[in-house]
Write a protein that binds this ligand. Sequence first.
Ligand code: ARG
Length: 584
Amino acid sequence: MYSLLEQLRQSFSQALVNAFGEDYAETDPLVVPAAKPEFGDYQSNVALSLAKQLKQKPRDTAQQIIDHLDISELCDPPEIAGPGFINLRLKPTALQNLLQTIAQDSQLGAEKAETPQRVIVDFSSPNIAKEMHVGHLRSTIIGDCIARILEFRGHDVLRLNHVGDWGTQFGMLIAYLREAYPEALTKADVLAIGDLVSLYRDAKKRFDEDEQFQKTAREEVVKLQRGEETSVQAWKLLCEQSRREFQVIYDLLDVELTERGESFYNPFLSDVVQELEKTGLLEEDQSAKCVFLEGFSNKSGERLPLIVQKSDGGYNYATTDLAAIRYRIREDGAQRIIYVTDAGQSNHFAQVFQVAKRAGWVPETVELVHVPFGLVQGEDGKKLKTRSGETVRLRDLLDEAIARSRQDLEKRFAQEGRSESEEFIQKTARVVGISAVKYADLSRNRTSNYVFSYDKMLALQGNTAPYLLYAYVRVQGISRKGNIDFTTLANQSLSLEDDSEFVLAKHILQLSDILKEVEKDLLPNRLCQYLFELSQKFNQFYDRCPVLQAEEPKRTSRLMLADLTARTLKLGLSLLGIEVLERM
Ligand code: ARG
C-alpha cells in the first residue's frame, strides 16, 4: 500500500482496538492531513470524540492511543497538542523510501479500486438537429474527466451519449426535408442536407407560418413512430448528419463516447408504463398517466405528478430515462450510473430516480447520481453570447481559443527571438487552446457558474492550464539542458534536505488519496487544485534549489524529484483529458 494516509489510518484503527477493545474496530480514526505545517503532516482528533464515550480526559485517551500506536517506521514519536489532538510528523527516511518505490511504478503509486464496479457515465448527450451548446461542452468535459478517473481506478466504464434523437420535432424536420431536399432523400445523401442548424431554423419558420405544413409534420411523426420506411430513412439521414457535426467537436476534444440515443429505448417505453401500473404506482391525472411524487409539491401544496404517458398516448423525456435506468441495471449490469447535466435538470433526475426506486428497479447495491454543474457566463456575467447576441457555436468557441493561444505564442516567440516551425506552432496552439478551455471548466467547483474568459484561461500565471503545462515543460527543459535521460534514474536513491524538497515530496505522495476522493465525490476541481499546488511547489523548489549545478548525490536526487513531479503532472493532466507538451 502506497498511500500514507491509508497506512496511518490502518495503524490508528489497530491502536484503537488494542487500546479499547474490538468494539472500536469500526471507529473512524479521523486521520487527516494537518491543517497547518506547525501541526506536522497529519493529525487525528479521534481522542476528543472517544474521550466522551469513555468518560475520560481527552489527553488521557490520546495518550492511550499513542501507547498502542505502531507507526515508528513512518513517523517521529507522535505529539499530543491542545485538548487532545494527536500530531504526526513524517520521517524523512519514510518519505524517501516511499518516493523511491513509486518512482519505479508506472502508476506512481496511485492505487486501483479494491472492488471494481460496472459504471455508466451518461454525458455530453446533445440533441440531434440542434446545435451543441456550451452546456453540452461542460457536460462533455466534466463527464470525460470523471470517466477517465474511474477507468484509471480500474472500473469498467461505459461512456454513454444519450443523444436526443427522438421527439415530435422530427415530424417537422422530415416534412421539411421532403419538401426542400427531395433528392437528398432518394439518394440517401447526408451531405446534401447541409448545415442542420439552418435546416432546423427554416423548418421551424415553415412550421410556424403554414397550417397545412403543421398537419403534414404531425402525420410525419406518426409515420416515423410506425416505422414507415422513407420516414425512418429521413430520420436516419438527419441523425447521421448531426453525428458528423458532433464528431468534429469530440475529435477536437479527444473524447470518446458510445452513442445510445433516446430512440434506443422506444421498444421499452410501453413496458415501463405497464410495470408502473402493476406496482400500483400509476395514477391518471387529466387523462395523462403519471406517478405522484413524494416530497415535490406545487405552490398550493398539492403533490406533483411525474407524467410518463401524455393524454395523446405519447411518451416523454422522463419515460425514456426510466426505461434507460431499467435497461442499464438489468442489461448493462451497471452498479453506479452517473448523469452529467446542468443543474437545471436536478429535479428531473431526483424525480426519475425516486420513481425508479419506488418501482423496485434499483437494487440497494446500485447508486444513481446526478452530477450537476452551473452555467457558463460571458465576461459581463450574463449568459454567454456572441458580440451580435447569438448563441456561441462550440466549434467557433474552440477555434477562437486555439487562435488566441496562437497569437500569444507568436508574440512570445517574437519577444524571445525564437523561430519555430509552422507545425510546432500549430500543435502547441491547439494543445494550449483546448487545454485552457478544459481546465478553466474543470478547475472550478462544478456546481457554481463560471465566467468564460479567454484572457484568464490562457494566462501563463495563475490556476490555468498553461501554468501547469509550463511546469512540465520546465522539467523537460532540465533534461534537455543537462542531457539527462530520466528513465535511467528510477532506481537511484533520493535524499531530501531543503524544506521545499520535503514540501514537494509530500505533495507528490498525495496523488492516490486525491484520486480516491474524486472517485467518491465526482469533483474534478480537487484534482486540478492538487496539480496546481504541485506546480507551485515545484516552482518554489526549482527557484530555491539548483538542480543541474548541484553536487552529487544531491544532483541525482533533485533530478529524480523533478522527474517525479513531471510524471505526476503528466498522469494527472491525462486524467483531466489534457495532453502535455515537451516544449512550449
Ligand atoms: N439531451 C439532454 C439535453 O440536451 C441531456 C440528456 C442527459 N441524459 C439523460 N439521460 N437524460 O438537455
